[in-house]
Ligand binder design. Sequence first.
Ligand SMILES: [Ca+2]
Length: 286
Amino acid sequence: MLPTLGAALTALAAVIAAAAVAVQPGAAADCERSVAIDPQVTVSEAGQVLTFTVYTASCAAAGSVAYTVTDGTAGRPGDYQLAAGVLQWSAGDTGDRRVRASIADDGLAESLLKDFTVTLSSPSQNIRVRYPVGRGRVFDDDTGIRAATVDHRLCLLEPRASAPPPTPLPSLSPSAGPAPDPDWGTATPCTVESGNIMPTPLSTNGALPTAQTVRFRTFDGGLTAGLDYVAVDRTITIPAGATTVIVPIQLLPHAFTQPGKHLEVVISSYSGGVVVSGSARVTVWR
Ligand SMILES: [Ca+2]
């Protein structure tokens, strides 16, 4: 019996060795693709779609990464719908990916912000997950309370090879402007575009019939005003009918030597109602 077992083990070892040999050539890229997901995205229930951007940088190696979905205070299917999945890139593909959740416009008065998370996992060889967790927030619009909020952001310190949707910058751009790319919905990927501008959105839970205002300020984190970015302290107008406004923040050259560092944005004094979760971290990376 022993010789038979030995032969079986030898055969098994040969199979394993063959499998290893078979895997190696296809994965023989000499660099590592970085991927990262939007850290936080908030949409009004009326928005119906919540889109995370999954960014890719550093290297165009072939590979894949899976994502899992976890209910928080928002649950499926009552609040949103999103199944786990896999994102793939072929060699040379530098395009970002999207993960899109359907949001239920339920007509029920609930807490203003309910959340869930999307987590990148199981990267293939040659893929490094830099920022794995995205938090989706559903902004209730049924309580009669009007509210504004701001999201954490990751801003990639390089323009995209395959440009995501055009963002009309650097002027303030309400979502009521030109129709967004239907494939992107209202997502606003954060990459540093011409003029070193970072697009930073603020959101409300519902459009109002008249223009509203909100104060928008920046504060130093690891990034320093005057050295890394141009400080912002201004009153932003949210046009009638708009639920999102993109506020441009200008980076200075020194910021491009500071990947991984951040600044804070704070909103206050929303004329249409209240501010919830009114501060957020904007991190630059590459
Ligand atoms: Ca609701």
